[in-house]
Design a binder for this molecule. Structure first.
Ligand code: ZN
Length: 693
């Protein structure tokens, strides 16, 4: 996944997900479309009943009813592979961020230290002429280091250096909360080293997968030729990389297995980890990283280290050097001269179906957010997020927590013992809203005007070192893992916290000009979704402190599994694209969170209405409050998506596509069926509905 999110702010989160148990709300905040000042850029994304397709029957296909006209009127922009509210909002954020960055990049001696960093980073990125003139020269020192490697121990040390700069050749190394002592940070190593988004791309032989593998080989050949290899040499190099990555892919643990934190829970001594795969020379790797010394660590997938050990031995050094060269070139391509940029994009196109490359300023805003997110976040927050927004959010979070408390208390299938533990966990959930109380200090990071790749490398190294320095230290509870402009939200099991960046607290998620019904269907449901993650198939395995500990009675655990497999089977019956079905096991946690979130958001709405003595039959625009709740929910997930991206996401994304995030939920809710007068047996009122929470 790394490669395909590498231009996105979510990239670091995805990396972090390997180490902690965090669940993002959506797949990725979307970068914006090409073209300047189009109508689409100016029009604020809003809830609007004009989006409704009144020719559709809400009881047959509610998604079509709620989104039909939106889908018709909002084709995918050329430089996107999907289009939905996340992208609409992020596009507005980009315009705000661009203004901030253009101001900061003016070479004004009165600039603050923060402005200097974000401004010079952005200015270096925007200098396309300099990038074109430099070709791949900025990358050459790294390629020379690879060429100079004499043996496999040196190779491992250089891989450790490279993982500081962005790519993760051969393995992943990081720091995160200890699964059994969540207040402390521990070192962790895990499977890594693939260029394609999933192991399946290397191991499956169906026609669409074969087509992508062929595009991958062509792409490698082209990039190798751009760094001066002959056609024969580049073909050989591409073949070498594919062989190595296929071996790594074979040793990968499948995504569905990785969902269970127990499968990634292997704490051991450094000596025991070294014994899994002596050829990894972990002692040298760790020393070269500059991480503080440690004696214990978590190994996410021990079999990976056992099995790849033999591959390290049997593969000649020169082949490994080709692989390392590939990893560095591929990682840097988007920031080199135009021939590299175009080739990099061409391959992304094969995977995602995106038609046009994003304009440069948007790529550069994204890169600045990725490199200096909490520096760029400060002026962003000043420009967009008021105290009032935070107060209203806190009130809604409170209403949702009250609703979930009642939901747990009244749950028909759970015993009192487990309920009591569940309520303790709920009470312990911390919430973070808008932006961090304490901003990250970038003062030790050097950003030099005119050194694009150098800035990217230094920022990456700064961030990696910052994380590694935490090993053996208490977890910093004030830290955020998304930047303020990010249009997303997350729950972290290890921190037992829900986090909502300022970026998502905007229409259509949260619109202070609209009624509570629509807002509860939007941001209210998002809050409920994140809270429910604390109790989904992954979250339920963590206790109030964030430790991996079973607090369920055996009987309740069994009942949970039974109910969860109802949801899993239900979503496995839904079609993503062509004949491709969703993977109900991969998407179980998100679907559970969507279903539970909708239920408690509606409960919270009814509480608010009762407090305000609001008439439950009073219509706005012809719709009752409950109907507007469901329409507000639908609006958030209206989506257009390329078939290529659908295919990729079915494999890698734990979230269901927009259609099923909406229809999958409402068909399980009697409240929906009542609100729209659906009859039992209609598609949105099936007899075999599922319920966990
Ligand atoms: Zn989620």
């Amino acid at each position: 996944m790394r490669k395909f999110l590498s231009h996105h702010p979510l990239m670091s989160l995805i990396a972090m997900l390997l180490l902690t148990a965090a669940c993002a709300l959506g797949q990725a905040p979307k970068p914006a479309p090409a073209g300047t000042e189009s109508a689409r850029e100016r029009a604020a994304p809003r809830f609007d009943i004009a989006n409704i397709d009144k020719t559709a029957d809400p009881c047959v296909d509610f998604y079509q009813y709620a989104c039909g006209n939106w889908i018709k009127n909002n084709p995918i922009p050329g430089d996107q592979s999907s289009w939905e509210s996340f992208g609409e909002v992020y596009e507005h954020n980009l315009v705000v961020l661009r203004q901030v960055l253009e101001k900061a990049s003016a070479n004004d001696p009165a600039r603050s230290a923060v402005q200097q960093k974000i401004g010079d980073f952005y200015a270096s990125c925007m200098d396309e002429a300099a990038a074109n003139k430099a070709g791949y020269k900025p990358l050459q020192p790294e390629l020379e280091r690879i060429a100079a490697v004499k043996d496999k121990t040196q190779m491992i040390e250089l891989m450790s250096h490279e993982q500081m700069l962005g790519p993760n050749p051969l393995m992943g190394f990081g720091a995160g909360p200890d699964l059994h002592n969540a207040e402390m940070t521990t070192a962790a190593i895990d499977q890594s080293g693939l260029s394609l988004p999933d192991r399946d791309y290397y191991l499956k032989d169906d026609a669409p997968t074969l087509a992508i593998r062929k595009a991958f080989v062509d792409h490698m050949k082209k990039l190798f030729s751009l760094i001066g290899q002959s056609p024969e040499q580049s073909a050989k190099s591409a073949d070498t990389v594919l062989k190595i990555e296929t071996e790594l892919a074979k040793a990968y643990m499948e995504r569905t297995l990785r969902r269970d934190p127990k499968n990634r829970d292997h704490k051991m001594s450094v000596a025991a980890a070294e014994a899994l795969g002596p050829n990894f020379h972990l002692d040298r790797y760790f020393a070269a990283s500059g991480a503080p010394a440690f004696t214990e660590l978590n190994v996410g997938n021990p079999d990976f280290f056992k099995n790849v050990n033999a591959v390290i031995e049997s593969t000649p050094l020169d082949a490994w050097k080709t692989y390392m060269t590939w990893q560095m070139v591929s990682n840097a391509a988007a920031w080199l001269s135009d021939d590299f940029v175009q080739e990099d994009f061409k391959f992304q196109q094969a995977i995602t179906g995106q038609k046009e490359l994003q304009v440069r300023w948007k790529r550069c805003v994204n890169a600045t957010d990725g490199a200096l997110g909490e520096a760029l976040g400060q002026p962003y927050v000043d420009a967009t997020f008021g105290v009032e927004g935070k107060q209203r959010m806190l009130k809604m979070v409170d209403a949702l927590e009250t609703a979930l408390k009642r939901d747990i208390t009244e749950l028909p299938w759970m015993t009192e013992t487990t309920k009591k533990e569940g309520l303790v966990k709920l009470a312990a959930i911390r919430n973070k809203i808008g932006y961090p109380d304490k901003w990250r200090d970038y003062s030790k990071l050097t950003i030099a005007r005119g050194d694009l790749l150098g800035n990217i490398y230094r920022a990456s190294e700064f961030e990696t070192r910052r994380r590694l320095q935490k090993i053996g230290k208490p977890v910093d509870q004030l830290e955020w893992n998304m930047t303020p402009p990010t249009v997303n939200a997350y729950y972290s099991g290890s921190h037992n916290e829900i986090v909502f960046p300022a970026g998502i607290l905007q229409p259509p998620f949260f619109d202070r000009t609209l009624d509570d019904s629509v807002n509860m269907g939007g941001i209210g449901l998002v809050i409920g979704h994140e809270l429910t993650h604390g109790f989904d198939d992954q979250g339920r395995k963590f206790d109030p402190k964030g430790n991996l500990r079973d607090w369920w009675t055996a009987e309740d655990g069994k009942e949970f599994e039974k109910r969860a497999s109802c949801v899993s089977d239900e979503y496995s019956s839904f079609t993503a694209v062509d004949d491709l079905k969703l993977n109900g096991k991969l998407t179980l946690g998100e679907n559970t969170a969507d279903n539970g979130g909708a239920r408690i958001a509606l409960m919270a709405l009814h509480d608010l209405m009762a407090q305000a003595k609001q008439d439950p039959d009073k219509k706005i625009d012809g719709y009752t409050p409950d109907q507007r709740f469901f329409l507000g929910f639908g609006r958030v997930w209206c989506q257009n998506i390329t078939p290529e991206l659908s295919r990729m996401l079915v494999r890698v994304d734990p979230h269901s596509p927009g259609r099923w995030r909406v229809n999958g939920v409402v068909r399980n809710m009697p409240e929906f069926q009542k609100a729209f007068g659906c009859k039992a047996g209609q598609p949105m009122a099936p007899e075999n509905a599922c319920r966990v929470w």
